[in-house]
Design a protein around this ligand. Structure first.
Ligand code: CA
Length: 757
């Protein structure tokens, strides 16, 4: 075991012994998980998110330059700020950021020169509390509220004590009120945060200002005694008495300065000390994390599980605020206007339709219901369904996966939206190309309908698009069918088998095909890019979420199918960089994992380990799922096998650790794998409990010998959402030997369109 992990676990035990009775789960979470990342190689591309669940604003220390997507990198030893952050991924950078930086001795505003050295030994990183002591003896602490934070800066005795407020990379403004010990202002910076949008902030200090002034961060010019400034990167500074201990309450709003003040008053107003905010944040996290109680694992396993569950509970963020009567309303990033109701944003559906949203249907159905209505509202506001929201429509990646969320919600009993409106919005989405990026509307839609596939090289990533469009069309078909809408069911029924049109029987791979029906020449299954998205033919072969049995038929039987699943792991980890022309981090991560062509560090193949269940070899899914959990995840700064991606890679772990996975969102089924713990209790919002008990479970005993659901023998390789919702007991008997006679009947297979169930 790595020394750092050991130290972390020892500190954990001390923490949990003290608070054992109160299920102090937040102390299992290490927010540094996945932060040891850089451009060429990511171990998560996360930052130490200090925030409440799905909160509007989050807080983090900053080691990178203003505007850099790598805002906190574990291997760095200097911090230059503590910032309000909204970033989904290093690749997308951030929006609406501002930051604080304390310094002692003299005022230094320049972001490069004001950096202060620290060591991870002097750092505590939990969701409800972040603390770091610099070498210069300044200590900074932060605890979050939903739309703000409570910070405390403790300066060393005898030195001058300054605090800089940095207006970051775009237009900003500040007003200093020395008598009231207050600063107000706004920022507008970053991706998808359009011109004219403002993130208004209000900051209260509990100590008087000795001196103050404004500055700007381009030339780093300082204007002492000035109380107002507006322009590019304008900020403020204040000086406190020497050796001061200063508490700072800050909140912000996208609606107005008045709303920012209301957010501050409501969320932090009564908090006399940071400890109050910290304890409340701990209680909120403990309540959220205790939706799943796991037992019978090692302390390291618990740390991994709750760290992943934390990361699965950040995106999509709540983008709404509460007016003075407590009614939700929001500034819409889609049309720039104020609307009543709920809004959520900051996620890429290409990543998160797979597991993060299905996990929310179990853990947060009320919030998820609000979200589904918000999707339709977003469509009404900007004319398109969201696909990558950050915070407005970014249109990154591929597919029209909003329909996956909507169909999945409906299949699971969430009835908060009008399915006719959803289907009309989707039909528009699927028969038009939108203005913002490849996944806004449908790239190649005409050819997709005319030819039954998107031709390559006419369209980039065409085969991946065909596969994902066909799955999305299945989702529309099933939503139409569930709601008795023959008109839409007929339209999409014709398209949902289109995956067959890009299957090449001679190589048994999904391949690029041109408009006249010829396969792309010089085929190399380990070649990345071209007709695929961030992957190769080995990865995209399995993107037939809606009809795995149909894929088995195309491959002429389950033997060929399971042999190919085996080959994913036994093939060499060879990379042909293809149209990427050089190694991208996903390739490096696949090679490092040393699991053949299995590239768990990226989304396309993440469901693949579960597919043995469709080929009557469920024991192989059980083996591989446990192997992936054990090998590719832990709670450290290196804890992910690649980009975490807005909760998706964490949600894979959370669901898998529970013992099942959402292979086909849009159905009410979860495919069984092998749970990580001896006992798991899911505490549902409806007050019921679903328990998974795995007798004799251990690192070696990963195979399911027998199973029962509520006392009845359970041979199926899946469970249903309603099994979970109604509460009950899934009892598994685990063994170190595969059980070759279990889960092999046709009736045991999970949903496939071709099976008609
Ligand atoms: Ca990814």
């Amino acid at each position: 075991m790595k020394l750092k992990l050991l130290i972390f676990l020892i500190s954990l035990q001390i923490g949990t012994q003290v608070c054992a009775q109160t299920a102090d789960l937040v102390n299992y979470v290490n927010t540094l998980q996945g932060t040891n990342s850089k451009h060429e190689l990511t171990r998560g591309n996360t930052y130490p998110t200090t925030a409440l669940p799905f909160a509007m604003h989050t807080w983090t220390p900053q080691t990178g330059r203003n505007g850099d997507g790598w805002k906190y990198q574990y291997f760095k030893d200097k911090i230059r700020g503590f910032q309000q952050a909204h970033q989904c991924s290093s690749w997308s950078r951030d929006y609406a950021v501002f930051s604080f930086m304390p310094m002692t001795g003299r005022l230094v505003v320049n972001e490069n020169e004001r950096e202060a050295k620290f060591s991870h030994e002097d750092e505590i990183a939990r969701p409800n509390y972040y603390k770091v002591r610099f070498e210069n003896q300044i200590t900074t602490e932060m605890s979050p509220s939903e739309r703000g934070a409570h910070l405390r800066f403790s300066y060393p005795k005898g030195g001058k004590s300054f605090l800089v407020l940095d207006g970051y990379t775009g237009l900003s403004g500040v007003t200093i009120y020395p008598k009231e010990r207050k600063i107000t202002g706004f920022v507008n910076n970053g991706e998808g945060f359009k011109e004219g949008f403002k993130n208004f902030f209000v900051i209260h200090f509990d100590q008087p200002f000795k001196t103050y002034g404004t500055w700007e961060n381009k030339e780093n010019t300082i204007h002492a005694n000035e109380t107002e400034a507006e322009g590019q990167g304008k900020g403020a500074y204040v000086q406190f008495k020497d050796g001061a201990k200063v508490q700072v309450k800050v909140a912000s709003s996208y609606i107005s300065m008045e709303q920012a003040a209301l957010n501050l008053e409501r969320e932090l107003g009564a908090d006399k000390t940071l400890e109050v905010t910290k304890e409340r944040a701990a209680a909120i996290w403990n309540k959220s994390l205790s939706k799943v109680i796991v037992e019978g694992g090692s302390e390291a396993d618990l740390a991994t599980f709750y760290s992943c569950f934390f990361r699965a509970s950040i995106f999509s963020r709540k983008f709404y605020e509460l007016d003075k009567n407590g009614k939700p309303y929001y500034f819409s990033p889609y049309d720039g206007k104020i609307h009543p109701g709920f809004m959520f944003t900051d996620t890429g559906f290409w990543d998160t339709f797979r597991a993060q949203f299905p996990l929310n249907t179990i853990m947060h159905p009320e919030m998820h219901g609000r979200y589904m209505q918000a999707l339709i509202d977003a469509y009404k506001q900007c004319g398109w369904l969201p696909s990558w929201s950050f915070p407005s429509e970014a249109g990154s990646m591929i597919g029209n996966h909003a329909i996956s969320l909507l169909a999945d919600a409906w299949a699971k009993g969430i009835r908060t939206f009008d399915p006719k409106e959803a289907l009309a919005a989707y039909l528009h989405e699927a028969t038009n190309k939108g203005p913002w990026g490849p996944a806004n509307g449908r790239d190649g839609w005409k050819e997709y309908y005319q030819l039954g596939y998107v031709p390559y090289p006419d369209y980039r990533e065409a085969t991946a698009k065909t596969l994902e469009y066909a799955y999305d069309d299945y989702c529309a078909w099933t939503l139409a069918k569930m709601t008795g809408n023959k008109f839409y069911a007929d339209i999409f029924e014709r398209q949902m088998y289109n995956y067959k049109n890009v299957y090449d029987p001679s190589t048994r791979f999904m391949r690029g095909k041109n408009a006249s029906g010829q396969w792309t020449s010089n085929f190399d299954p380990v070649e990345w890019g071209g007709p695929y998205t961030e992957g190769n033919a080995w990865h995209y072969h399995w993107s037939v979420f809606q009809d795995i049995d149909g894929l088995i038929n195309l491959m002429e039987g389950p033997q060929n199918f399971t042999a190919k699943l085996d080959s994913v792991f036994s093939e060499p980890s060879k990379v042909n960089v293809g149209t990427y022309r050089g190694m991208i981090h996903e390739m490096t991560e696949m090679v490092m994992a040393n699991m053949g062509q299995y590239a768990h560090g990226n989304q396309p193949i993440q469901h693949m380990v579960y597919l043995y269940n469709y080929g009557s070899q469920p024991w192989k899914s059980q083996f591989h799922v446990r192997n992936v959990m054990r090998k590719l995840y832990d709670a450290t700064e290196n804890g992910y096998p690649g980009d975490e991606d807005q909760g998706q890679t964490s949600s894979w772990y959370v669901l898998s650790a529970l013992g099942f996975y959402s292979v086909t969102p849009g159905t009410d089924q979860y495919v069984i794998g092998s749970p990580m713990f001896k006992k798991v209790t899911i505490n549902l919002e409806n007050g019921k409990k679903f328990v998974i008990e795995a007798t004799n479970n251990s690192a070696e005993n990963v195979y399911i010998k027998s199973a029962s659901m509520n006392g009845k023998i359970h041979t199926a390789n899946f469970i249903r959402h309603k099994d979970i919702l109604e509460g009950g007991l899934l009892k598994l008997e685990m063994s170190d030997q595969p059980e070759f006679t279990r889960g092999i009947a046709s009736a045991d297979k999970p949903f496939s369109l071709s099976l008609g169930k």
